[in-house]
Ligand binder design. Sequence first.
Ligand SMILES: [Zn+2]
Ligand SMILES: [Zn+2]
Length: 173
Amino acid sequence: MKIDVADLKKTPGAQIELSLEGTLPSFEEEADQEVTLLSPVMAELRLKNVDGVILVEGKIRVQVCLCCSRCLEEFSQNLEVAINEAYSDAGGLQGNGKEQEGGITFFSGNTIDLTAAVRENLLAELPMKATCREDCRGLCPHCGHNLNLGECGCRCREVDPRLASLGKLLERE
Ligand SMILES: [Zn+2]
Ligand SMILES: [Zn+2]
């Protein structure tokens, strides 16, 4: 997700607004959970040249497919994440987009690559334990039935192990 800042970086005080659409490489490894991007990443950005530092602010939106930590079903969720970054021209130095100083990322040439920042911000926004809905009932600990789909019939047998045999007898009727 690259932005051409050739004009912007020449003019302190200048400001531009733009929308950007891009794709990201999958980031399941970093996320430590199943995450699939279902849509391109949409960014609404405002770029400002403040004393030669280019401030990037705005919102990024993407639809992701997550795995529910309770019922293990996949579900989709819209993420909206704020982005707030500062970039500085590395000048003659070789900026590779990874060097940072005081929260400022260096770039070289006329383009800022937002990919790393977008990924970081999205990752930070992912729920640690995603749930498909607030009242997801999860799986039955005994038979693994998805309780969102209805009762499985195991529950009453949790009561007392001594009654378990009775329960079995009743079941045969
Ligand atoms: Zn669930
Ligand atoms: Zn069950």
